[in-house]
Design a protein around this ligand. Structure first.
Ligand code: NAD
Ligand code: UFG
Length: 336
């Protein structure tokens, strides 16, 4: 079976390629490398001993996208390609709407033309907006607090309209919680450009000496230690969730959303202390004021994915810290 992975050179995409190749799927990657390096593809090939067919193409380039569908018999698409920085999306919203939404529309249009109607879409827990009640189940109210979140919300709605217009489609909307960690080989991992916005890459860059200290955004939240609580999920567990979703979309039609999280909430300081314990590295930090837009607690109810996809997150916070550290310490400058 042949799977097209858009954004397959990126963080979650590269880990998903490993899982698919290990199971014998043929993998075709399409990526414009706007936020990744081709080296990640080579590393995936090293880990698996398998080849990837790689197209350096922009999703917005319909002509070249069609060539990919003409040259290959594609059975399903896993669609990771998109911009993902919340802060940047507030500054340049039109770039986000164009890249994420127009890119998805072009992809679906081409898929329909070539009769490929199996799609897995990277959504996000961000579609739950200002979380009022945890754990969050899929039928919780949806909203968005920034343009990035709105791209995910709008795309989910567009995909529902698409399914309603043509019931041959089979679509899984995977709502990721907070992916961290790296493949246990230490060969692939998260490689943010510039100073990281997210917690785990910031911690690992402090530990490796690239950054001076972590700033903890607020310790006055209504949580067990006052710092924000999140559902950190190992990226390999997340990648395996895509394989399970693929099993489902291949044998059914419909559209369904699934939370991919562990169901457990850990605080910022829980993560810092676990990281220090398992790696033996100190992570100096100071408490600063809250980051605007952050919620106190966000963690999943993953029951639906457990039952319907037969997917369970297996790796714990210690695994996440150890694997993130192996990647960072072996590759202090990422893929460079
Ligand atoms: P990433 O930036 O590492 O990967 C995205 C990939 O898409 C990159 O390789 C980038 O070069 C590529 N890309 C972007 N626009 C493209 C275009 N127009 N044409 C071709 N390629 C394009 O990000 P990631 O962390 O692997 O996230 C993958 C997906 O999951 C994204 O859609 C993201 O919004 C979503 N997501 C991520 C997180 C997270 O915390 N990492 C959480 C929830 C959802
Ligand atoms: N945090 C710090 N210091 C930092 C970075 C983060 O204290 O330098 C804190 C935040 O305040 C928050 C927690 O660490 O309490 C996690 O923050 P992240 O930026 O790592 O992740 P978010 O939960 O804010 O958001 C992430 C992705 C979003 C996605 C969301 C889904 O960045 O794209 O998970 O839940 F939508």
């Amino acid at each position: 079976m042949s799977i097209l992975i858009t954004g397959g050179a990126g963080y979650i995409g590269s880990h998903t390629c490993v899982e698919l190749l290990n199971l014998g799927y043929e993998v075709i990657v399409l990526d414009n490398l706007s936020n990744s390096k081709e080296e990640s593809i080579r590393r995936v090939e090293n880990i698996t001993g398998k080849k990837i067919k790689f197209y350096k193409i922009d999703l917005l380039d319909r002509e070249n996208l069609e060539k990919v569908f003409m040259e290959n018999k594609i059975d399903a698409v896993i669609h990771f390609a998109g911009f993902k920085s919340v802060g940047e999306s507030v500054k340049v919203p039109l770039r986000y709407y164009h890249n994420n939404i127009t890119g998805t529309i072009i992809l679906c249009d081409v898929m329909q033309k070539y009769c490929v109607k199996k799609l897995i879409f990277s959504s996000s827990a961000t579609v739950y907006g200002n979380v009022e009640k945890v754990p969050i189940s899929e039928d919780s109210p949806l909203s968005a607090t920034n343009p990035y979140g709105r791209t995910k919300l709008f795309i989910e709605e567009i995909l529902r309209d698409l399914y309603n217009s043509d019931k041959e489609w089979s679509i899984a909307l995977l709502r990721y919680f907070n992916p961290i960690g790296a493949h246990e080989s230490g060969l692939i991992g998260e490689d943010p450009s510039g100073v990281p916005n997210n917690l785990m890459p910031y911690i690992t860059q402090v530990a490796v000496g690239k950054l001076h200290e972590l700033k903890v955004f607020g310790n006055d939240y209504d949580t067990h230690d006052g710092t924000g609580v999140r559902d950190f999920i190992h990226v390999v567990d997340l990648a395996k969730g895509h394989v399970k979703a693929l099993n489902k979309v291949m044998v059914s039609t419909g559209i369904d959303a699934y939370n991919l999280g562990t169901g457990k909430g850990y605080s910022v300081l829980d993560l810092v202390h676990t990281f220090e314990k398992v790696t033996g590295k100190k992570v100096p930090y100071t408490i600063v004021k809250r980051r605007p837009g952050d919620v106190a607690k966000c963690f999943a109810d993953p029951t639906k994915a457990n039952k319907e996809l037969k997917w369970y997150a297996e790796r714990d916070l210690e695994d996440m810290c150890l694997d993130a550290w192996r990647w960072q310490s072996n590759n202090p400058n990422g893929y460079e």
